[in-house]
Design a protein around this ligand. Sequence first.
Ligand code: SF4
Length: 425
Amino acid sequence: MPRFIPPEQSSASVDIPVPYSFEFEGERVRREDLQVEFGGEAGLSFELLTSKKEDEINDWDIEVIGPDIDQLDGLSSSFPLAVIINVYGRKMQNDFEPVLERHIHRFINYAFGVMHSGQRDTSSIRVSRNVYLKGFRLKHIGIILSAMLHKEYSAIVDKVEVRIYTKKEDVERLLGDARKVFAARDKRLSGKTDESVDTYYSCLICQSLAPNHVCIITPERTGLCGAYSWLDAKASFEIVPTGPNQPILKGRVLDKRLGQWGNVNKFVKEKSNRNIKKVSIYSLIDSPMSSSALLESIVAVVPEANGVMVVSRNYPGLTPLGISFKALAEPVGTGVQTPGFLGISNLYILSRKFILAEGGIKRLVWMPKELKGLLAERLSSIARDIGEPDLLEQIADEGVAGTLEELLSFLSKAKHPALYMDPLI
Ligand code: SF4
């Protein structure tokens, strides 16, 4: 097993064989330039950062467990990957873990010819042939992460070690534990509501990808990448008060149904370079929030069904609208408002505030089977709470409805509640 512990790396330098700068953050690695891809569409990949005790960590210890890039057949579609980062810091708190984890995206994207996307268990990494030929290997991912965490978070991080796994059986085994950590983080928020706080938080991290995009994060609406809850944004502000997560005192309610507040509109207008004048936190049709390319899923109006569908990043097929996630994400994820289409985190589907202005979860008519399975238990519980106990079975998926015609036929037989609601548009 290759292990890399460079004693000279106690400083913040990023010693890798390719240029490293924030200027490369928005760079894409196209399929035709690819040496290897980890994760990606329907691929198996995740990343996790957790804190450990001081004596459990060897600072700068980077280990690659499994075949490295030069031992993989780059022509295969996608390879499994787990990037596990352990950190120790005297001032580190558990609340800070997801905040630091979110910066993996930025840190890896600073490397020329390397492209990271997604987060948690939807992450993917592409390495171009060009940088592979220059000697870039998986240990360099570990060097980047160790160097940048030391450099940018020295106030809370004293030690970093990185484990990178590439064998399918290892990644699958570790993914189960990682998902428990993600679920526990999501659960911490329960009990907080949009009404119970007077402050929301912004996130501007994605402005490197979509210059006018502003995420507004509330207790009942996580950032659309799924990685930033209200608590995470709050913790991020505590770590870096001048950083991308700023508090926004809500101020006067302008429209309760749509979810519009005076100070939120003012903030979004300023930070979107005056491109977005107002934003409705609870609507997908009237001044919806903009989206960035990091969105986990897309909600889209299906006018014929008087409802909406949700398509997630991991779903590679066509939706009943005859369009794939990828084709939808290209226009939707550019930081502009796209009424009728909305980038969301998967968790937002379970929020009481999910497209509340349009009637909420009862509008949901189609979603991929995998996502439905992941959310099934909590969706059923919400459905019972709103007096629609059969809703989960009434929502179609690709197994029963691949086309619009099949969808309408399924909804009609299932007596889906959306068919009996007020016209959506
Ligand atoms: S999607 Fe939103 S919350 Fe997530 S990193 Fe981008 S701006 Fe921040």
